[in-house]
Design a protein around this ligand. Structure first.
Ligand code: HEM
Length: 281
C-alpha cells in the first residue's frame, strides 16, 4: 500500500488553503505538472522545518482528465470526472479543475506560503480556477453556527473511510476527493428560528446533540447523509472550512448599512480521490 498523503488522515488544524488549477494544455503539460507536484511533500517538509516544525500538511489531487493524460491505462477504478447533480435552484454544477491543492496547518501564513510556492513552481503551465483561505470558526462551527464534524470518523476509522484498500490494490493508500464550495444565504438563515434550524440540520445548535427520532425531520441534513450500501453505512472524512468576509457574513437588517449580498461561505473537501504524488513521479 502506498503511504497516504500527509493531509488526508490527520485532523486538519485551524487553517486551510484551497487552490484549484487548470492545465493550460493538458496533453502537452501533464507530465511537467506532475513532476513539479511530486515535489510537494519535500517542499512542505522544508517549509515546516524552517518554521520550527509547525504542523503543515498538503494533499495534491488530480482530476480524471489530467490523470488520463498521465496514465491512460492505469487508472483508479472509481476515478471519474464529477457529474453535475440536480437541476434549477437545487443543482450542483461541475466546475472543473485538473489539480486541487489542499493545504492545512495551524498557521494560515504557512498554508498560504506553501500554496504560493506550489503555484510559482507550476508557472504558466496552469491557470487558477479558484482559491480560498479557510479557517476554523469558534469551537469548530460552520458559519451557520452549528458544530461541524461531530460525526466525522475519528482515529483509525479515518483510514478505513478515506483510503483505497485491497479492492483496487494498485492504488491502495490513495483517496478520492470531492471539493464543494457553498455560499449560504445568511439573511434567510438568520431569520429562521433556532428550533427550525435545528430541524434542518438534525442536531441541537449549542452542543450538536442529535435530535430524538420522534422530532428529527426525515428531511434533516444528518438523516439525508446516512447512505447505506449492502446494509453498511458509507463513511466519509470531511474537511470543512468556513471562509468569507464580514460584509458577507453579517446579515444586517439596518436599511442604512452598506452590505454585500448576504452570503457566507463554507468550503468542504470531502475526501474522495487523491493520488499519492509519488505514484506519478
Ligand atoms: C452547506 C453545506 C453543508 C453544511 C453547512 C453542513 C453541515 C453539517 C453539520 C452542521 C453537521 C452535523 C455535525 C456533524 O456530524 O458533523 C453535518 C453532518 C454531516 N454532513 Fe454535512 N454539511 C454540508 C454539506 C454536506 C455534504 C455535501 C456532505 C456529503 C458530501 C455532508 C455530509 C455530512 C455527513 C456524512 C454528516 C454526519 C452525519 C451524522 O451526524 O451522522 N454534508 N453537516
Amino acid at each position: 500500500m502506498s503511504e497516504p498523503q500527509g493531509g488526508i488522515l490527520p485532523e486538519p488544524g485551524g487553517a486551510a488553503y484551497f487552490l484549484v488549477l487548470a492545465a493550460r494544455d493538458r496533453r502537452a503539460e501533464a507530465r511537467a505538472i506532475a513532476v513539479q507536484l511530486s515535489r510537494v511533500p519535500e517542499v512542505t517538509a522544508e517549509l515546516a522545518a524552517s518554521a520550527g516544525g509547525s504542523a503543515l500538511r498538503a494533499v495534491v489531487s488530480f482530476g480524471a482528465e489530467l490523470w488520463g493524460e498521465l496514465s491512460p491505462t492505469a487508472k483508479p477504478r472509481e476515478l471519474e470526472p464529477f457529474a453535475p447533480l440536480g437541476s434549477g435552484t437545487l443543482s450542483v454544477p461541475a466546475t472543473g479543475g485538473d489539480v486541487l491543492l489542499h493545504v492545512t496547518s495551524d498557521r494560515p501564513d504557512l498554508a498560504f506560503e506553501l500554496a504560493c510556492r506550489v503555484r510559482s513552481a507550476l508557472g504558466d503551465r496552469v491557470t487558477v480556477l479558484d482559491e480560498v483561505a479557510g479557517f476554523c470558526y469558534l469551537d469548530g462551527r460552520d458559519l451557520t453556527g452549528f458544530i461541524d464534524g461531530t460525526e466525522n470518523p475519528k482515529g483509525e476509522e479515518r483510514a478505513a473511510a478515506a483510503l483505497v484498500g485491497d479492492e483496487d490494490a494498485a492504488f491502495a493508500g490513495g483517496s478520492y476527493v470531492i471539493a464543494h464550495r457553498y455560499v449560504h444565504d445568511m439573511a434567510r438563515w438568520d431569520a429562521c428560528p433556532t428550533a427550525e434550524q435545528e430541524g434542518i440540520i438534525g442536531r441541537t445548535k449549542p452542543d450538536s446533540v442529535e435530535l430524538d427520532d420522534e422530532v428529527k425531520p426525515s428531511t434533516a441534513h444528518i438523516s439525508r447523509v446516512v447512505i447505506e450500501e449492502d446494509g453498511e453505512e458509507l463513511q466519509i472524512v470531511r474537511h470543512s472550512f468556513p471562509y468569507g468576509t464580514t460584509a458577507e457574513a453579517v446579515s444586517s437588517s439596518s436599511p442604512t448599512a452598506a452590505r454585500a449580498p448576504p452570503s457566507t461561505r463554507c468550503w468542504r473537501a470531502c475526501t474522495a480521490w487523491a493520488a499519492t504524488a509519488s505514484t506519478i513521479a
